[in-house]
Design a protein around this ligand. Structure first.
Ligand code: KG4
Ligand code: ZN
Length: 316
C-alpha cells in the first residue's frame, strides 16, 4: 500500500557502506519510516495484520534494528511476525500488483538472474517460496564489480548508476576487457576488476588524465564486458533447463544495457522476459512485504526467538 525508503547518503562520502553508520541510520530512521508508510497507506497501526522483516543476508547491525523493531511491533499489536530472506524478496518483486498498472506475472518455473551489490545468482524459481540456485559468483558480485571499478575511476559510490550514465555517451567496443568464466553456470568478477585496475594504471602512466579523457568509453566497455558475462550463463541456464520464462532482479537489473541485452536476446529466442521497473530492482520495502504476504498465506510465522543471519542461505 506504500513503499517508503530511507536513503543513506552518508555512505557516498566514504565511498562505500560503513556498517557502523548504516546501523545508526537504521536506528534513527525506523520509527519515522514506519509512520510514513502507515500515513501514505492511509491506515493506522491497528489495521496491520502481520509484520515482515528481513532476517538476512545483510549487515548484522542493520538487521538487528529491523528484527528488534518487528518483534516489538508484533508483540505490541499482537500480530504474527514473519521472517523474510532478502534475496528471495528481490525475486518476488515480480508478483507485486500495482493499481492501474497492466502487468503479467511470470508462471512457474522461471529463471531469474539476481544481480545486486552483494550477490550474483542464477535461480530456478519453482514456486513463490521454492527456489534453487543453479549458478552463482565464486568471488565478487556483479554490482561489486561495477562499484569497485567505479571507485578506481574516481566515481561516487555506488558506481553502477554512474557507469550506466557515462556509458550512454561512450563506445562499448573501445576497449576489450576480459570476460572471465568460472565454469558451469558460475560467475567470477574479481579478475575483471584487477585487470581493469592494472590497465588504467598503465594507461595513466603513458597518457595524462587518461581516465578523465576516456571516461565514457571506459564505462561503456566495462559495462559491455559485465553484461556479456552475465548474459552467457543466463543463456546457458535457459538452454539447459529448456525454460524460456526469464526474469531479472536486484540493483544491477536497473542497468540499461543489461535490460536491453536480455530483451533483445529474448525476443529473438522465444523468451518471455520479465524486468521490474527500476524502483523495484534496488532494495525496497514492497519486496519484503510481498514475500511476507506469501509466507502469511502459508502461516509460516516466526517466534520471538528469531535471530538475524548476516549470511542467511537461500530458502531459509
Ligand atoms: O539490490 P541492491 O539495491 O542492494 C544490494 O542488496 O546489494 O543493489 C545495489 C547495487 C550496487 O552495486 C549498484 O551499483 C548497482 O546495484 N546498480 C547498478 C545500477 N543501479 C544500481 N549497476 C549498474 N547499473 C545501474 N544502473
Ligand atoms: Zn538487495
Amino acid at each position: 500500500m506504500s513503499n517508503i525508503i530511507a536513503g543513506q547518503d552518508v555512505h557516498m562520502k566514504y565511498g562505500g557502506v560503513v556498517p557502523e553508520l548504516a546501523s545508526r541510520a537504521h536506528q534513527q530512521n525506523i520509527v519515522p519510516v514506519v509512520e510514513m508508510a502507515l500515513r501514505e497507506a492511509g491506515i493506522s497501526k491497528a489495521d496491520v495484520t502481520a509484520v515482515g522483516f528481513t532476517r538476512g543476508p545483510g549487515l548484522m547491525g542493520s538487521l538487528l534494528v529491523g528484527t528488534s523493531f518487528a518483534k516489538g511491533f508484533s508483540l505490541a499489536m499482537n500480530i504474527p511476525l514473519i521472517e523474510v530472506n532478502h534475496l528471495q524478496a528481490h525475486i518476488l518483486v515480480h508478483f507485486i500488483g500495482e493499481a492501474g498498472v497492466e502487468k503479467s506475472f511470470p508462471p512457474f518455473p522461471f529463471i531469474c538472474l539476481l544481480v545486486s551489490g552483494g550477490h550474483t545468482q542464477l535461480v530456478l524459481v519453482k514456486d513463490y517460496l521454492d527456489m534453487e540456485i543453479i549458478g552463482q559468483t565464486i568471488d565478487d558480485a556483479a554490482g561489486e564489480a561495477f562499484d569497485k571499478c567505479g571507485r578506481i575511476m574516481g566515481l561516487p559510490y555506488p558506481g553502477g548508476p554512474w557507469i550506466d550514465r557515462y556509458a550512454r555517451e561512450g563506445n562499448p567496443a573501445a576497449y576489450k576487457f576480459s570476460r572471465p568464466s568460472a565454469g558451469g553456470m558460475n560467475y567470477s568478477f574479481s579478475g575483471l576488476k584487477t585487470s581493469f585496475l592494472y590497465f588504467l594504471r598503465d594507461a595513466e602512466k603513458s597518457q595524462q588524465e587518461f581516465v578523465k579523457k576516456n571516461r565514457e568509453d571506459l564505462c561503456a566497455s566495462l559495462q559491455q564486458a559485465i553484461t556479456d558475462v552475465l548474459m552467457e550463463n543466463l543463456i546457458k541456464a535457459s538452454e539447459k533447463t529448456g525454460i524460456k520464462e526469464v526474469a531479472l532482479a536486484g540493483g544491477v537489473a536497473a542497468n540499461s544495457v543489461l535490460r536491453n541485452a536480455v530483451s533483445e536476446y529474448g525476443s529473438g529466442h522465444g523468451w518471455r522476459v520479465y524486468i521490474p521497473r527500476p524502483a523495484f530492482t534496488t532494495d525496497n520495502a514492497a519486496m519484503i512485504a510481498i514475500t511476507a504476504y506469501h509466507k502469511f498465506l502459508k502461516e509460516d510465522f516466526a517466534g520471538q526467538d528469531s535471530v538475524p543471519e548476516a549470511r542467511l542461505k537461500f530458502g531459509v
